[in-house]
Design a protein around this ligand. Structure first.
Ligand code: NG1
Ligand code: MG
Length: 384
């Protein structure tokens, strides 16, 4: 395996352990994991690998094949503070610092090689894949016995308090708990999950990357989180709810008049209707109703475009292109503002699908999309 060879080249020794942490695709339930909602993601077969070996001192060396120009970054267990120049290594440092703060004993240093095949900042969760990977590696090497839920929560904490992104728990939780061949319905309020079938006979899931790089995603994301918090505060003055996702679409009309701001009202409408779509999606999946399921995907995209305003030209053109090319449903996946979309495509048109979509998309945007064949996989694990 190439990972071992690279480890040898970088550190002049053999790695002792190898690990894999998946990325994720969210099938439906977008921007509701910080509103206590039920979401419907799956772990995927593109992700992040780690190779490690033990050191006897207190230093940790990091190297990523994806960021070769950064070279080896050496940090001490006694100083894990955020440093701009450390780039991706900050995610790893954040995890280790959080473990130490919580009283876990990290007895010695490590040499760490990271190599991933997830497109970064594209809605397939490269950051959460790395966080969960580092949490899992440290739990395994130092016998910390962290549960998968705990590893996920530590990852979320690092995003929230170390990186300043106030994200929900969906990404870290599915990456920690994924199940081969399945998606999980995850309750982001209680962290309860259950596995569900996620494939329709005669159809293929296709992940499509706009290759339009997201810009200022974190600040726009945090703005949405704040808007939802404002709506929740207003609702709580009249109704004792813990999360926005407890509200059902039929309650929307009576609650509407309490929200004075048109933009906030649109955000509220997205959250409540998206939650209802997830619940309906699980039923349609159970009934093997691909057409009905696809309609929910399309409604989800429209809601994210018009009410939540997180799509943009590139994602909209790609999703429309996928539908024109014969997909029965398509939507943005992940935070949006660029990055990836998913489509449910009949097998009998798969032969022409990608070239048709590319043609439509490139005509309008001058960018070339990328397509990923993925299978649904297990959560983070040691592979050797
Ligand atoms: P991506 O697109 O992978 O950054 C983000 C959040 C999720 C969730 C989705 C939108 C992170 C780590 N995750 O995912 O918690 O809110 O957006 O549904 O930022
Ligand atoms: Mg991210």
């Amino acid at each position: 395996m190439e990972l071992k060879q690279t480890f040898n080249d970088v550190y002049q020794q053999h790695p002792e352990r190898l690990y894999y942490s998946p990325g994720r695709v969210n099938i439906i339930g977008e921007h509701i994991d910080y509103n206590g909602g039920l979401v419907f993601p799956a772990a995927i077969s593109i992700g992040t690998y780690a190779a490690i070996s033990n050191r006897t001192d207190q230093m940790i060396r990091f190297y990523s094949s994806n960021f070769k120009d950064q070279g080896i970054v050496t940090v001490s267990l006694s100083d894990l503070s955020y440093q701009e120049t450390h780039g991706w290594v900050n995610y790893a440092k954040g995890i280790i610092q959080t473990l130490i703060k919580r009283g876990y004993q990290i007895e010695h240093g490590l040499d760490v090689l990271i190599e991933g095949n997830l497109p970064p900042a594209s809605g397939l969760s490269s950051s959460a894949s790395l966080e969960v990977l580092i949490g899992y590696v440290f739990s395994d090497v130092f016998n910390l016995n962290l549960t998968r839920e705990n590893i996920a929560l530590i990852g979320q904490e690092v995003e929230n308090h170390y990186m300043g992104l106030h994200c929900g728990i969906m990404d870290q939780l599915i990456i920690a708990k994924g199940i081969e061949g399945k998606a999980l319905i995850m309750n982001t309020h209680t962290l309860e999950t259950h596995a569900v079938n996620a494939t329709f006979k005669g159809y293929t899931w296709v992940i499509m990357n706009t290759n339009y790089k997201r810009k200022n995603t974190d600040s726009k994301y945090n703005e949405r989180v704040k808007e939802c918090q404002t709506v929740l505060n207003q609702i709580q003055t009249i109704q004792p709810v813990k999360t926005l996702c407890e509200i059902t679409p039929d309650q929307l009309d009576s609650l509407k008049s309490w929200i004075k701001d048109d933009v906030l009202l649109k955000r509220f409408k997205h959250v409540v209707t998206e939650q209802a779509r997830v619940i309906e999606a699980e039923k349609r999946m159970a009934n093997n109703d691909a057409i009905g399921f696809a309609a929910l995907l399309n409604a989800s995209h429209a809601s994210l475009k018009d009410d939540y305003e997180v799509t943009g030209l590139h994602l909209d053109v790609l999703v429309e292109g996928a539908l024109k090319a014969g997909a029965i449903g398509a939507r943005v996946t992940g935070a949006g503002f660029g990055g990836c979309a998913i489509a449910l495509v009949p097998n009998d048109i798969m032969g022409s699908f990608e070239s048709l979509v590319s043609q439509i998309y490139t005509d309008k945007t001058e960018l070339v999309p990328t397509f990923y064949d993925v299978i649904f996989t297990d959560g983070v694990k040691r592979i050797e």
